[in-house]
Design a protein around this ligand. Structure first.
Ligand code: BYC
Ligand code: FE
Ligand code: FE
Length: 481
């Protein structure tokens, strides 16, 4: 079978020759009903009988890997797709640098590898759970379709990790695969593993911020895992990244369209000062300071996903050749980092200071810095949207010490500018910097569903182009009665 093409003859479409791998096929087929139960309990609420204009991956050829068609979500073909194997690929970093990449799990690193795959796998269904209630307040059929597209693909990412667990980790891999369907976002007994994935996604602005900031952590982590010396993981992540681009597009354009609509409404009403919050809100749009607060929240929750700035876990994974750096093969150094250092922001004697740390233990900080650079570019594109309308306002990323739960800054309180403050000041000023209950209530009240083709809720602008070049009034979801 050509690796570019996907075998649709088995229940689980795949390009990993499952028909010739009976044991894994059986394990996956055994897992499938539990997945479908999870999808019906925890996947998108309602709309399961509606026809959604979705893309399905049918190939891993970068020139054309997806086809678009109307599908009922439960009939979506969740497949196992790995990017083509690179000939003679070597381990690109760490103690085994330059040795042939592993096609089987290296025994001495089995536990570490399994843990990383499980953590990655855990985030995928968590995001679907977080977003499950959003369908009923979608601002348009276009947005509704994008939500469902993201949801089915996060479902596929779960399949991707479950395949690795079942194929390469035997019995404990199968147990982990079952656990991935048992944990629940926000549950007290069995929560999802990472902080941000137990937070609520209460409204569409949060959804867009999440897909911009948190899916972008996904991009950074997948890029690092795509460097892995364990070749099946590398190939899996490389294909996931092709889907990830759309998730971040949904976030960036979603926030951009919200900003656009706000600024246009302000201009039309002759409001010059973005801080005239009551007047702006009376227009039925989200004021820019509240958008900044949402940004502050989702950016900082996502910073926590990089773990501690200084981490022996990260050093061990790198030394082992399991998890590399962003763009590892393009970095011009020894890929061993035995004597290199990296500047890390730390609390030293009560002050935030930049301190040189061994580059190996500073890998989380480095990836987080790469992430911040990537986020900042997107924020600049949002600022261009504001600038074009002539409104005087700039969005900005808050300081990395602000509102942190993980790492160096979890015991201190800081302003978005990075000034240290005491608990009383924090308590008094928190609502200036993060969405308050009142902000949430206001946004919730705006979230009235719109389901006429080509129509959009009043708080968000129409997109510039349709999905798959469809015209503006295209019926992206045929809602079942
Ligand atoms: N919440 O040495 P440390 C995505 C734990 S998103 C709770 O500081 P390490 C997606 C840590 O587990 C990408 N616990 O950090 C996006 C450890 O616990 P144990 C997901 C946390 O290990 C949107 C302890 O603290 N993929 O795909 O170097 C939609 C000390 O850890 C947190 C990955 O994350 C936290 N935030 O790095 C859908 C890649 N942070 O072991 C999908 C795989 C740390 O002592 N994961 N801890 O009990 C990893 O590479 C690493 O596990 C982390 C943490 C980067 C997450
Ligand atoms: Fe994902
Ligand atoms: Fe994603």
């Amino acid at each position: 079978m050509n690796i570019m093409n996907v075998d649709y003859s088995t229940r689980i479409p795949n390009n990993v020759n499952l028909t010739g791998d009976r044991q894994v096929l059986k394990a996956l087929e055994g897992w499938h009903p539990g997945y479908m139960d999870w999808w019906s309990d925890m996947g998108p609420e309602g709309f399961q009988q509606s026809l959604v204009y979705l893309r399905t991956a049918y190939s891993v050829d970068p020139r054309g890997w997806a086809k678009f068609d109307y599908v009922k979500m439960p009939d979506y073909r969740w497949g196992i797709l790995l990017a083509p194997q690179e000939e003679n690929r070597v381990i690109p970093f760490g103690e085994r640098y330059g040795e042939p990449a592993w096609q089987e799990v290296p025994g001495e690193h089995r536990a570490m590898l399994r843990r990383l795959i499980v953590i990655q796998g855990d985030t995928e269904p968590a995001s679907v759970e977080q977003q499950r209630h959003l369908g009923k307040t979608a601002p348009s059929l276009y947005d509704l379709r994008n939500l469902f597209q993201v949801n089915v693909e996060e479902g596929r990412h779960l399949w991707a990790m479950v395949y690795l667990l079942q194929k390469y980790f035997g019995r404990d891999g199968r147990e982990e695969a079952d656990q991935l369907l048992r944990r629940r976002s926000g549950s007290t007994e069995a929560p999802r593993m990472l902080g941000a994935f137990n937070e609520a996604t209460p409204d569409w602005l949060s959804f867009f911020m999440f897909t911009f900031f948190t899916d972008r952590d996904g991009k950074m982590q997948l890029e690092s895992l795509a460097q892995s010396g364990f070749d099946p993981l590398s190939r899996t992540c490389r294909f996931m990244l092709t889907e990830e681009a759309h998730h971040m597009f949904v976030g960036e354009t979603g926030v951009g369209r919200t900003i656009q609509r706000t600024c246009e409404a302000m201009k039309a009403a002759g409001i010059e000062d973005p801080n005239e919050i009551a007047r702006v809100r009376a227009l039925g749009v989200v004021d820019l300071p509240t958008i900044q607060k949402k940004l502050n929240l989702h950016y900082t929750l996502s910073l926590d996903l990089f773990g501690s700035e200084v981490s022996t876990n990260a050093a061990n994974a790198f030394n082992a050749g399991i998890k590399g750096r962003f763009g590892e093969t393009k970095i011009a150094d020894d890929h061993l980092l035995t004597s290199a250092t990296y500047p890390v922001l730390k609390m030293v004697d009560g002050i935030i200071r930049r301190v040189d740390e061994p580059a190996l233990t500073a890998l989380n900080m480095r990836l987080r810095d790469d992430y911040t650079t990537d986020c900042a570019k997107g924020v600049e594109r949002w600022n261009k949207v504001i600038e074009k309308t002539g409104v005087a306002f700039k969005l900005a990323l808050p300081h990395v010490a602000f509102h942190r739960q993980i790492g160096e800054f979890k015991y201190i309180k800081a302003t978005p500018d990075g000034d240290l403050i005491d608990d009383a000041t924090w308590a008094r000023r928190r609502d200036e910097w993060l969405p308050s209950k009142a902000d949430g209530d206001f946004i919730a009240a705006l979230m009235q569903p719109v389901s006429e083709p080509g129509q959009f809720a009043g708080w968000i602008a129409a997109p510039k182009v349709g999905i798959d070049n469809k015209p503006g009034d295209f019926e992206y979801v045929r809602i079942a009665a």
